[in-house]
Design a protein around this ligand. Sequence first.
Ligand SMILES: Nc1ncnc2c1ncn2[C@@H]1O[C@H](COP(=O)(O)OP(=O)(O)O)[C@@H](O)[C@H]1O
Ligand SMILES: [Mg+2]
Length: 315
Amino acid sequence: MSIDTPAIEISELGKTYASGEQALDGVSLTIRRGEIFALLGPNGAGKTTLISIICGIVNPGPGRVRVEGFDIVRDWRAARSLIGLVPQELHTDAFESVWNTVSFSRGLFGLAPKPAYVEQLLRDLTLWDKRGSEMRTLSGGMKRRVMIAKALAHEPRVLFLDEPTAGVDVELRRGMWQVVRRLRDNGVTVVLTTHYIEEAEEMADRVGVIHRGRLVEVEATATLMSRLGRKQLSVNLVEPLQAVPEALAERDVSLAEDGHTLVYDYDAAAEETGVRQLLAALEHSGVAYRDISTRQSSLEEIFVNLVNHREDGAP
Ligand SMILES: Nc1ncnc2c1ncn2[C@@H]1O[C@H](COP(=O)(O)OP(=O)(O)O)[C@@H](O)[C@H]1O
Ligand SMILES: [Mg+2]
């Protein structure tokens, strides 16, 4: 295996479940070694299916997948040994201790015990104090961290995290991201799925947007975020209006039902967003406002945009 061998190479992968549901349609993707890659998409997009195929849990359809050069079908054992998975649904043995849950996982891969390594994992994931606790006594966030430790027990080269922060509170989330970054710094490739755009933005080096089983975009996170940067500006008025003021009629401005809020939809990545002109026009027409706020377009709106863009045949 050469140093340039990608962590993961997927070509033209499809998957149709026995139910007839087509979950993946011609997915091609290369994930580099040592990057954090986020698969971003709404529920039902095919994220779990894609990850489950790479990890050997779901049978692949047509196409080909290689993990550090090993074909997941022909060389499944070698491929599997390089992979750690934290599944979306957590199954744990309620009466097993944290220590055993993590340690036994090494054995499943035929590896000798390595207590110093397991100790370091538990310390990194702030689980050391809980090593003797039974799984059933842990909170959801702690269980998820135990599952991360378990997935790392056999020292995998590629770690998959399927919706890792579902049910995890904000504080623990931050700790988890620190662990993920440290892994990446140690050369581990991390692939995570999420339907939170903020999570992809915060964590990933690159993002793949998946929608209805198709990969519609793969971009460096910063590039994608600037392209997806549609925002909404809300101007909260002192006095309600009957209609959008004449001076703003040309712009993409609407008036909320109660007449108290003007809403302006704009491209935050554009050279000229129009925000300055909008506020100047308000000032000029003598419309007083109390407050202004902006919000990012929702993921759903962004997907609709991306997919329409694609279907228009634009690059
Ligand atoms: N075991 C299964 N049998 C039949 N259909 C499935 C199965 N698992 C997932 N699907 C379907 O495949 C599609 C993709 O699901 P999934 O991969 O779980 O998406 P995501 O993880 O992005 O939410 C959905 O339409 C889902 O209903
Ligand atoms: Mg899923």
